[in-house]
Design a protein around this ligand. Structure first.
Ligand code: DGT
Ligand code: CA
Ligand code: CA
Ligand code: ZN
Length: 574
């Protein structure tokens, strides 16, 4: 039981007490204790009652509750509170900007228990009629409901991955003989996942009970012998399916999807005289199973090479698998460098040396330090003088030979008119320039396209950073003609960045594929603001794979010297 899990239960107690209109001091005590738990530097589960009571804000009752949570995963108090309400009340609490006070009024005055009931109440004017609510609150609730639907419980890939990894570890622990793996959009490496699909084979049926007992389960949505679904704290739904070992490969194939890929595969099977489903591949004539245990055999029996999950999106992968022209996809292990990161010189948390040492230990062979330019005043961006002085220090460290090569670069702002934020002679004096948009996102499509094209025309630009400006599940990409941009990048030798910040992953898979097909080249970069950020390179690699990129499409798969001479500035001199 980690501190965050303890905090979640304490916070939920506070919320439910508030819906019940209990004593405000009691509510505040629970809410405080949740904050204390979430921020405490040591594991609360390891402290006894005396130890807990030494923490300011934790009294006798709270200490006992925390002990109970640490020992049993929950407290009777919390369970009894939850049982007083319809379980869907928690969905209301999870709505953005809708707090327990509002939920309490909605529940008590209008009997609202579900999201649908809330929407109905907001639409027919009952919400605004409540004391203390009004049209503003009504609009806020409708907006929250709309967002909830639009992002419809989707989650960032890394969150989905981490949540699934913890659940998989738990299930494997309880069923050591079973094979249990993630399938669905998670296995395909999609940048967001709707739910977590897990597939088990060779497991005893009590695996389903273990799932229901998992400490992060908020509610069991359905439980059967072959399929169970649960809702986890944090809003993830997890589906667990149990199949026989001799169907494992067929089920892996089926539940990995995508749906469109599966439909095409099933049609192909029918044309070849087979029937394909989650149990196996069978002859239509006499219902003999020709494949099922191994996924490779399902594809092979259909005359296809095994197709990496990232490609299973109906973007030509079946034709390529038939023709033996599937690409050798780039791997995390192919990456030798990272070309976008920040330090304490601007808005990073670590200095150049710490970043360099962490990169070396990752291990990477080379990095570019690319702090912000002056327009980003909030980030303490660099003017020409500071940029050159910073470059001098980076090069001095490079001479020290600390086990990773350093390039002195900059992430230079592309101003609203497409000019760059620093003078050309400064950009020319650096080793690498990443140019990115950080302002005026709402320009018209043509204006934004011209802006980026003008920036690409500047001969000192080597890389276009986070090219579409999207923030996944938060901000749409800016309106821009991506086709025109990737064509220009290909023609001019500007590399397109796949930015690995978990909510950027920008370019996305579709645009990476487009760029590849137009002959553009890429870099995969962390855009790290601390020495812990190199780990996220793996997410960008998944996007690159989904874009069909091979190692030869990605500049930072090359050894240092080859990489350097493939940068635009060095190619043009050649
Ligand atoms: P998500 O959850 O929205 O991120 O996307 P997926 O792809 O994980 O979709 P999900 O969870 O609905 O289903 C998992 C896989 O199961 C899906 O990729 C393909 C397979 N599947 C589900 N429903 C169908 C269906 O009606 N027909 C076929 N052929 N396959 C299906
Ligand atoms: Ca799914
Ligand atoms: Ca699912
Ligand atoms: Zn940036």
């Amino acid at each position: 039981m980690d501190n965050l899990a303890i905090a979640r239960i304490l916070r939920e107690i506070a919320d439910l007490l508030e819906i019940k209109d209990e004593n405000p001091f009691k509510i505040r005590a629970y809410r405080n204790s949740a904050d204390i738990a979430a921020n405490h530097p040591h594991e609360l589960a390891l402290l006894d009652e005396t130890g807990l009571r030494e923490i300011p804000g934790i009294g006798k009752d709270l200490a006992a509750r925390i002990r109970e949570i640490a020992e049993t995963g929950d407290t009777t108090f919390h369970r009894e509170l939850v049982e007083e309400f319809p379980p869907t009340i928690l969905d209301l609490l999870h709505l953005q900007g809708v707090g327990p006070k509002t939920v309490a009024v909605l529940y008590r005055e209008l009997g609202v228990r579900t999201l649908d009931e809330l929407e109905a109440a907001a639409r027919d004017g009952r919400v605004r009629a409540l004391k203390g609510m009004g049209p503003k609150k009504e609009a806020l609730i409708l907006k929250a409901l709309d967002e909830q639907k639009r992002f419809a419980g989707r989650h960032l890939l890394p969150d989905a991955h981490d949540t699934a990894a913890a659940l998989l570890e738990y299930l494997r622990h309880h069923s050591p003989d079973a094979t249990i793996e993630a399938v669905g959009s998670l296995r395909r490496g999609c940048d967001t996942c709707g739910d977590l699909d897990l597939l088990a084979s060779g497991a005893a049926p009590d695996l389903m009970d273990h799932l229901a007992d998992y400490r992060l389960v908020e509610r069991v949505l359905g439980q059967g012998d072959t399929k169970s679904s649960v809702l986890l704290h944090g809003g993830f739904q997890a589906d667990l399916r149990l199949v026989a070992a001799d169907s494992r490969g067929a089920a892996m194939q089926y539940f990995t999807g995508s749906k469109a890929h599966n439909i095409a595969l099933r049609d192909r099977a029918i044309r070849l005289g087979f029937k394909l489903n989650e149990y196996g591949l069978f002859t239509i004539a006499d219902d003999v199973r020709v494949a099922g245990e191994r996924e490779e055999d399902v594809y092979a029996s259909l005359g296809l090479e095994w197709i990496p999950p990232e490609l299973r999106e109906m973007r030509g992968e079946i034709e390529a698998a038939e023709a033996h022209t599937l690409p050798r996809l780039v791997d995390r292990a192919d990456l030798r460098g990272d070309l976008h990161m920040h330090t304490t010189e601007t808005d990073g948390k670590d200095d150049v040396r710490s970043m360099a040492e962490a990169a070396r230990d990752t291990p990477l062979e080379y990095i570019a330090i690319t702090d912000h330019s002056q327009s980003l005043a909030m980030a303490n961006g660099l003017d020409e003088r500071r940029a050159l002085a910073h470059a001098g220090r980076i090069r001095a460290l490079d001479v020290e030979d600390i086990g990773v090569r350093l390039l002195a670069g900059i992430e230079c702002d592309i101003k609203p008119d497409g000019s760059l934020d620093l003078a050309d002679d400064c950009l020319a004096a650096l080793d690498l320039v990443v140019a990115s948009v950080h302002s005026a996102f709402n320009q018209e499509r043509q204006q934004m396209t011209d802006r980026l094209l003008r920036a690409l025309d500047n001969p000192h630009v080597d890389v276009l950073g986070h090219p579409t400006g999207r923030l996944i599940l938060k901000r749409e990409p800016y309106a821009v003609d991506v086709d025109a941009i990737v064509n220009a990048a290909a023609r001019l030798g500007v590399a397109l960045e796949i930015n690995c910040q978990v909510d950027r992953l920008d370019l996305n898979d579709v645009h990476a594929r487009l760029g590849r097909d137009r002959g553009a080249r890429f870099v995969i970069s962390s855009d790290g603001h601390s020495r812990l950020a190199f780990g996220r390179l793996r997410w960008g690699v998944l996007i690159a794979r989904r874009g069909w990129l091979r190692p030869s499409d990605v500049l930072n798969t090359q050894p240092f010297d080859a990489f350097r001479s493939s940068l635009r500035r060095n190619r043009q001199q050649a």
